[in-house]
Design a protein around this ligand. Sequence first.
Ligand SMILES: [Zn+2]
Length: 88
Amino acid sequence: MPKGIPIDHAGQRFGRLTVLGRAPGRYSTGAVCWLCRCDCGTEKVVAGQSLRAGLSRSCGCLRRETTAARNRARAAARHCQACETIPG
Ligand SMILES: [Zn+2]
């Protein structure tokens, strides 16, 4: 493949993201932009290098869910500690 021609990610999946095709323009870093659709239905433009590096695997919903799950776990742990401190 000649240098300068970006890798074609169209149709590939990265985590929850399915690459729909090249998005116009490039990032300031020179990275090629790809239009992706997340499993939740949100479309997002992501840099090809972020996809390849595994930095972008959802529109952001994955992180939101992970954070929510962590918060729930923390709340549950707090609840348990509270139970344990009840005398008796
Ligand atoms: Zn999503």
